[in-house]
Design a protein around this ligand. Structure first.
Ligand code: FAD
Ligand code: NAD
Length: 399
C-alpha cells in the first residue's frame, strides 16, 4: 500500500498543532505530510493587538516554521492556497503548482467580516496578520508625525475602533497605553488625542459576564477611551466613519474589529458555508467528504443548546488534537471507532494592556487585573511549550 498523503493548509493555531501533533505521533515514513502556508513562519494571532498598537515588536509574535517543524517528517511549502478541488483531491496554489492529498486538513483561519458596510474594506485597517499589524503600527506613528506638520488636523489624532468584541477591547487596552509614549516622542498634547470605541450591540463584549464587561469598560474609560455603545457604524469613508445615528467622526485611522468569517478560499472551493465557516460533523469533517477535516476559524461547531461556539485559538488547538488522534488511527488501520470532538473550554481571558486583564477561568471563577493577565500568559506559555518546548517559551514570554 502506498504511503498516505496528508496535506495541511495554513500554519495557524490549528494547522501548526496538527503538524506538530502528527510529527510527534507518527513514525518516520508512516505518512507523507505537507504543511502549506502563506509565510515561512507561524504567527500568534492572539498577540497581534500588541504589535498593532506598537507595544510589542511584531517579530515576537512570529515563530519560523523551521524552529518547530521537523522537516524530515513534515514538508513545508511556502505558498498561497487558491482553491481546493475535493473531487480530484487536489489543492491549487497561486504560483500554479498543484498538490494532491489522501487526507486534507483545512486551517486557513479567517477574513474580516464587514457585513457589506460601505467603504469598510477600502478605508479601514484590520488586525489579521503580521503584515497587517506592521501597517497599523506604522500608520499610527505617521499620524502623530503628520499632526506635528499640520496642527489644525485633529483627525490625525482621532482613532476609531469599530466593534467592541474581544479583539477591539484588547487593542484599545494596548493603544491607550501607547498614546502617552507617542505624545512624549512627538511632543503632542495628550488631551488632543481622541480614541473612540464604537459598538453596535447594547453592550461591549456582548453576551459576556456583566461584572467583567463593566470592569473592562471602566478601566478603559478611566484611561480616556470614549465608548459609543448601541451605535452601529453605517459607513466608512477616507475621512472617518458615519454612525447609524447620522453622526460623523472625522478620523484618518479606523481599525475594524467588528468580527470575522471563515477564509474565502473555503467558500470559493464549493463547500457549503455559513459566514464562511463549514458546519462540520462530530469528527470535524466537511459533510460528504470523509477525508477533509476543517478546523479552527473555518469550522462551525455548536454547543448543546444549538449555539455556535465562537471561533478561538483554544478551540482550534483542541480540534487539531482530535484530528491528529483520529488520523493516526486511520493510518495505522487501528480498529477504532472515531473519537468525536468535544471542546473542553478552559475559560476566556482578555488582556487590557500591560499587566491588566479580566476573564473567567474553569468556566466559573472570575479574575481581574494582574492575576488575569498572568493567567493569560500561562495559557500562552502552555501552547508554546507544546509546539516548541521550553526554549520557545523562554524566547517569547515576557512578564
Ligand atoms: P489562524 O491562527 O488565523 O491561522 C491561519 C493560517 O493560515 C495563517 O498562518 C495564515 O497565514 C494562513 N493562511 C491564510 N490564508 C491562506 C492561504 N490562502 N494560503 C496559505 N495560507 C493561508 N483566541 C483565543 O482562544 N484566545 C485569545 O486570547 C485570542 N486572542 C485573540 C486576539 C486577537 C487580536 C485576534 C485577532 C484573535 C484572537 N483570538 C483568540 C482568536 C484566535 O486568534 C483565532 O480563533 C485563531 O487564530 C484561529 O486559528 P486558525 O488556525 O483557524 O487560524
Ligand atoms: P466578535 O464577533 O467577537 O466582535 C465583534 C464586535 O463588533 C461585536 O461586539 C459586534 O456587535 C460589533 N459590531 C458588528 N458590527 C458592527 C457595526 N456595524 N458597528 C459597530 N460594531 C459592530 O469579533 P472579534 O472581537 O474580532 O473576535 C473574533 C473571535 O476571536 C471571537 O470568537 C472572539 O471570541 C475571539 N477572540 C478571543 C479573544 C480572547 O479570548 N481573549 C480575543 C480576541 C478575539
Amino acid at each position: 500500500m502506498s504511503t498516505p498523503k496528508i496535506l495541511i493548509l495554513g500554519a495557524g493555531y490549528g494547522g501548526v498543532s496538527t503538524a506538530v501533533g502528527l510529527q510527534n505521533k507518527l513514525n518516520h515514513n508512516e505518512a507523507d505530510i505537507t504543511l502549506v502556508s502563506k509565510h515561512d513562519y507561524h504567527y500568534l494571532t492572539t498577540w497581534l493587538h500588541e504589535p498593532a498598537a506598537g507595544t510589542m515588536p511584531a517579530h515576537r509574535a512570529k515563530i519560523y516554521l523551521d524552529e518547530i517543524i521537523d522537516q524530515k517528517k513534515v514538508n513545508v511549502v511556502k505558498g498561497t492556497v487558491q482553491l481546493i478541488n475535493s473531487a480530484d483531491q487536489t489543492v491549487a496554489l497561486e504560483d500554479g503548482s498543484v498538490l494532491s492529498y489522501d487526507y486534507l486538513i483545512v486551517g486557513l483561519g479567517s477574513d474580516p467580516e464587514t457585513f457589506g458596510i460601505e467603504g469598510l474594506k477600502e478605508n479601514a485597517f484590520s488586525i489579521r496578520s503580521i503584515n497587517s499589524v506592521y501597517k497599523i503600527k506604522e500608520h499610527i506613528d505617521y499620524m502623530f508625525a503628520s499632526f506635528k506638520n499640520d496642527p489644525d488636523r485633529l483627525d490625525y489624532l482621532t482613532f476609531v475602533i469599530g466593534g467592541a468584541g474581544f479583539t477591539g477591547i484588547e487593542f484599545l487596552g494596548e493603544l491607550v497605553n501607547r498614546v502617552p509614549e507617542l505624545c512624549r516622542e512627538f511632543d503632542v498634547d495628550p488631551s488632543l488625542v481622541q480614541i473612540y470605541s464604537i459598538e453596535a450591540a447594547p453592550s461591549a463584549l456582548p453576551g459576556f459576564d456583566t461584572d467583567l464587561v463593566e470592569y473592562a469598560m471602566n478601566m478603559l474609560e478611566s484611561k480616556g477611551i470614549q465608548f459609543k455603545i448601541n451605535t452601529p457604524i453605517k459607513q466608512c469613508t477616507a475621512d472617518g466613519v458615519i454612525l447609524a445615528t447620522g453622526e460623523e467622526i472625522k478620523s484618518k485611522t479606523v481599525v475594524w474589529t467588528g468580527g470575522v468569517r471563515g477564509s474565502s478560499v473555503v467558500e470559493k472551493s464549493g463547500f457549503e458555508v455559513m459566514r464562511g465557516r463549514v458546519k462540520v460533523d462530530e469528527y470535524m469533517r466537511a459533510p460528504g467528504h470523509d477525508n477533509v477535516f476543517i478546523i479552527g476559524d473555518c469550522a462551525l461547531i455548536f454547543n448543546d443548546e444549538g449555539r455556535p461556539y465562537p471561533p478561538t485559538a483554544q478551540i482550534s488547538i483542541q480540534e487539531a488534537e482530535n484530528v491528529v488522534r483520529n488520523l493516526k488511527a486511520f493510518i495505522r488501520g487501528e480498529k477504532l471507532t472515531l473519537v468525536p470532538f468535544v471542546p473542553a473550554l478552559q475559560g476566556t481571558l482578555a488582556s487590557l494592556g500591560k499587566g491588566e486583564g479580566m476573564g473567567i477561568v474553569m468556566n466559573k471563577k472570575k479574575m481581574f487585573g494582574l492575576s488575569a493577565a498572568i493567567m493569560k500568559k500561562g495559557g500562552d506559555a502552555r501552547y508554546l511549550m507544546k509546539i516548541g518546548g521550553l526554549g520557545l517559551v523562554l524566547k517569547k514570554i515576557r512578564l
